[in-house]
Write a protein that binds this ligand. Structure first.
Ligand SMILES: C[S@@+](CC[C@H](N)C(=O)[O-])C[C@H]1O[C@@H](n2cnc3c(N)ncnc32)[C@H](O)[C@@H]1O
Length: 484
């Protein structure tokens, strides 16, 4: 790290603010422009200074530049500040963190009980009927990745569960993949794996075969061969890792091309303050290390995954004014590019009037756009297929997309916020509201109705900051020129 360049770059107020904004995650140049009102040359100058100092890096995707902080340099500054404050600074390091988490889960394995708001009710009765009570009593998951993974699992598949605890999801998966398949559990806490080992015999005697295997290991370094797994699942674990980049790189390495991750976890809707990020109880209960939604997209995207999208979201908890949700996300390891070099046309069906996708391509509803074969394939995948029509040869003269318009009537704000959960980094509705991944946008009762329409369902999560209090707000101005 070149300290002189770093501190010189931060010596300008605007650049310091840009760096502070980038702590929220990777950001498109268009968004920085929008927030600061810079001119293009002004922005280019500041970003070049930040990139030259090593603090920030940029990457081009489609038409846009995207900027993010360089973790090594930020870590270097953190260590320097920590040293200056005699080690008492609020800078987070991983020292002892994994050991404390392991102690906490060892104690749960011995006694039973729950660290987080466990979700055994996310499972069907038929999934649980052959699982020993000792395993069910140690369920620490926040949802059920398997409920969503089922449709991707075929008999004979290999599935790996990262942070399997006492093995609940491994045993359930073992039935789905059958005797020709394999269900692998990985966990760092021996006491959890002892429960799984005790249950193994009972489960295999009910199923009539044993296709489960458990490893004691860290999820940041998986004891599995490259390209050896069809589906990776994880239930309320990745939040506990302080090196989430390593976890996703490892998932990518062990998955076969076309393989998928389906992970359930706790996500924070707001950047957490240091006191929450470093609180032992909140960390072990899966809140302190919860990712922001844009962080998941950035980290998994950097590992190589495409088509990242939510398959299930649920409200979870509010602590000290911070909202947490439980969500299950899926992402795919792309297969090597085929030789289909043709040109395709994509048409956005709606209901958004405009969207940007992960490649930086922007689509306007009902307006045909020529795309490369790789983009066409991505748009046909699970993440986007319901929003697009793809044509290889010729496009219909006119397409009638799907709109959801607000009903006329009074416009009242009652404490509701829409949080876009993906797959689009940005989209717009017919009232020209712009929704950015993971950023809560205050909405009026009319927009709430629009976004609650099943056609929009799944693109945003609506949270209630009034926490159900009867808000007696006056009606406000309504129309595209107003704030609603
Ligand atoms: C909240 S529990 C979830 C357990 C299980 N997935 C379930 O649904 O019951 C978290 C588990 O992850 C394990 N774990 C946490 N961090 C880990 C790491 N870095 N490497 C391996 N296992 C880890 C813990 O030992 C614990 O069993």
């Amino acid at each position: 790290m070149d300290e002189t360049r770093v501190f010189r770059a931060l010596g300008d107020g605007n650049r310091a603010k840009i760096v502070s904004m980038l702590t929220e995650g990777e950001m498109c140049a268009c968004e920085i422009l929008l927030r600061f009102g810079f001119t293009q040359p002004n922005l280019a100058y500041h970003m070049k200074t930040l990139c030259d100092s090593g603090l920030v890096r940029g990457r081009k995707e489609g038409r846009w530049m995207y900027y993010s902080l360089c973790p090594d340099v930020i870590d270097g500054i953190g260590k320097m500040m920590n040293a200056l404050s005699g080690g008492k600074g609020g800078i987070h390091t991983d020292d002892g963190r994994r050991d404390r988490i392991r102690e906490d889960y060892a104690s749960i394995a011995r006694k039973g009980g729950a660290s987080c708001l466990c979700a055994t009710n996310a499972y069907g009765r038929e999934d649980l009927e052959f699982i020993p009570a000792e395993v069910i009593g140690r369920n620490q998951g926040c949802s059920s990745p398997l409920a969503d993974a089922k449709r991707y699992l075929r008999r004979g598949d290999t599935i790996a569960d990262l942070g399997c605890g006492a093995g609940l999801d491994v045993f359930i998966a073992s039935r789905y993949v059958g005797p020709e398949g394999k269900a692998i559990g990985i966990d760092m806490t021996p006491e959890m794996l002892e429960v799984a080992d005790r249950a193994k015999g009972e489960v295999s005697s009910v199923l009539g075969y044993d296709n489960t295997e458990f490893f004691r290991s860290f999820i940041e370094k998986l004891p599995l061969e490259d390209s050896s797994v069809d589906v990776v699942i994880s239930n309320c674990v990745i939040n506990l890792s302080s090196d989430k980049g390593a976890v996703f790189s490892e998932i990518f390495r062990v998955l076969r091309p076309d393989g998928r991750f389906i992970i359930s976890d706790v996500f924070s809707l707001d950047p957490l303050p240091e006191y929450m990020k470093n609180d032992r109880d909140l960390i072990s209960r899966c809140f302190g290390g919860a990712m922001l939604i844009p962080d998941l997209y950035r980290i998994a995207g950097e590992a190589g995954f495409t088509g990242i999208h939510p398959v299930h979201t649920d409200s979870y908890s509010r602590i000290d004014g911070m909202d947490f949700i439980s969500a299950t996300y899926c992402g795919s390891k792309p297969h090597p590019p085929g030789d289909d070099a043709g040109r395709f046309t994509a048409v956005l069906i709606g209901p958004p009037s405009k969207v940007a996708i992960e490649t930086g391509d922007v689509f306007v509803r009902d307006v045909p756009a020529e795309v490369e074969a790789s983009v066409a394939e991505m748009l046909r995948g699970d993440a986007y297929s319901r929003y697009f029509s793809i044509y290889r040869d010729g496009v219909p003269e006119k397409t009638e997309g799907v709109k959801v318009l607000p009903v006329p009537g009074p416009c009242v704000f009652t404490g509701k916020f829409a949080v876009p959960v993906g797959p689009f980094p940005v989209f717009e509705d017919d009232d020209r509201h712009v929704y950015r991944l993971g950023k809560a946008l205050e909405i009026c009762n009319k927009t709430e109705k629009v976004l609650s329409d099943p056609l929009y369902g799944g693109l945003v999560m609506i949270t209630d900051r009034s926490a159900g209090r009867a808000v007696d707000a006056a009606e406000t101005c309504c129309g595209p020129e107003c704030k609603c």
